[in-house]
Design a protein around this ligand. Structure first.
Ligand code: ACO
Length: 377
């Protein structure tokens, strides 16, 4: 029987999963059956972590205990800080995050432990430490000392505090918290699949998360948010939007922050992030926001009927830049949230695990002679 190839695995289900659900026609995303519009309004990141990891919303005691464990696990060992200090300042923070996460595992000899308690400790450690790693790298590369984590701040507020040295105002904290909720999981995307593949080999969770980080870093995936800001800055003025976008369309260039394998209408996360970006721009007068709205209008005019609409990355960069987060930290901030989903998928993968070992359609030659080097042309 001829084997069929599915480029990009489009339409291929690689696992059963009960973690999240997307309806790309109806612009609907659910975590464990709950819509992200509801979660974005009423929940917060710490609660969403438990929802994803456990399958249901936690009770107060469970939530308090989880929060306390996260706070306890925020600090980095001196060896990890030394390692981050040695990384090139001009290196990308996504690479620093990937390297440091892989290294963090080496400081925990029990990382291979697979009892439920050991798995849970690893999950807490990874969720807690990623913001600390990112903030430490960002500060050290600009010549500042890392700021130790606070113990009375939320996950979102503590990250901003470690990054800037200031506790954020309530609106900024809530905006980042909502962004983390919206980015926490998204069905079988490239980074989640990468993590599940590595998890299926029974590699430890630090390897799982570092491989997922590598997959997320690419511009076709999480890296698009940084590219969006570059595009908006290059366009510069409202008058320049239409000619630039139409030239890109004529040249068949990809417009970053648009299009999605699943969504054929506006990504529901982009709807919420656009509202937040509008509120932030109202406070600051950021000229890039109206420009982004105009880009959205022109792209939808040309591509809407083809199912190419803004995705989560289109407005997230604007939101983060308004908070003073540097552009090359946008994708790492995405990772601060997505680690919760990766770990939920890791646990799900281990339950009834079978190693991923797909096949291929071989197109090369057979039975070739070995030619000694001096006879090769
Ligand atoms: N700009 C212009 N054309 C696009 C875009 C875009 N952003 N996205 C898709 N298209 C076009 C393609 O050129 C292709 O056209 P064709 O059929 O005429 O050849 C068609 O739409 C299908 O696109 P594919 O790239 O095959 O779609 P796929 O599902 O493989 O890729 C992806 C999805 C990677 C998100 C794609 O839309 C893209 O590259 N977008 C820009 C990068 C981006 O924003 N990535 C973030 C996605 S969200 C996330 O990962 C967190």
């Amino acid at each position: 029987m001829t084997k069929q190839v599915f480029p990009g695995l489009e339409g291929v289900a690689i696992a059963e999963s009960s973690i999240s659900f997307v309806d790309g026609q109806k612009s609907r995303l659910e975590y464990r059956g709950i819509g992200i519009d509801e979660l974005g309004e009423h929940s917060h990141f710490e609660e969403v972590c438990l929802l994803l990891l456990n399958g249901s919303l936690p009770g107060q005691k469970e939530l308090d205990e989880f929060r306390a464990k996260l706070v306890d696990a925020r600090a980095l060992k001196g060896g990890v800080i030394d390692l981050i200090k040695c990384l090139p300042k001009e290196g990308h923070p996504m690479d620093a995050l990937q390297a440091a996460v892989a290294a963090v595992g080496m400081f925990y000899p029990g990382r291979h432990g697979m009892t439920p308690a050991e798995q849970r400790d690893s999950c807490v450690r990874l969720i807690a430490k990623i913001p600390t790693i990112l903030a430490a790298f960002q500060r050290m590369r600009q010549g500042d000392d890392p700021i130790p984590p606070g113990d009375d701040l939320s996950h979102a507020a503590n990250f901003m505090y470690m990054l800037t040295g200031e506790v954020p105002d309530e609106f900024t904290e809530r905006t980042l918290d909502v962004a983390l909720v919206l980015h926490a999981d998204h069905t079988m995307n490239a980074s989640t699949f990468a993590g599940r593949v590595v998890g299926s080999t029974l590699a430890d969770p630090y390897c799982v998360v570092s491989s997922a980080l590598g997959a997320l870093s690419g511009p076709l995936h999480g890296g698009a948010n940084e590219e969006v800001l570059k595009l908006l800055q290059a366009i510069g003025t409202i008058e320049n939007v239409r000619p630039t976008i139409e030239r890109m369309i004529a040249n068949k260039e990809k417009i970053m922050g648009f299009g999605h394998r699943v969504y054929k209408t506006m990504d529901p996360r982009a709807v919420i992030l656009k509202q937040r970006a509008a509120q932030l721009a109202q406070r600051s007068g950021n000229p890039l926001f109206p420009l982004a709205v105009e880009v959205e209008k022109v792209v939808i005019e040309h591509y809407g009927a083809k199912g190419i609409w803004p995705n989560v990355d289109f407005y997230s960069g604007l939101v983060y830049s308004e908070m003073g987060i540097p552009p090359d930290c946008f994708t790492p901030v995405f990772a601060i949230a997505r680690v919760a989903g990766w770990l939920a998928h890791w646990l799900e993968q281990l339950d009834g695990n079978r190693i991923y070992r797909p096949t291929q359609v071989y197109t090369g030659p057979h039975e070739q002679p070995y030619v000694p080097i001096e006879q090769r042309r």
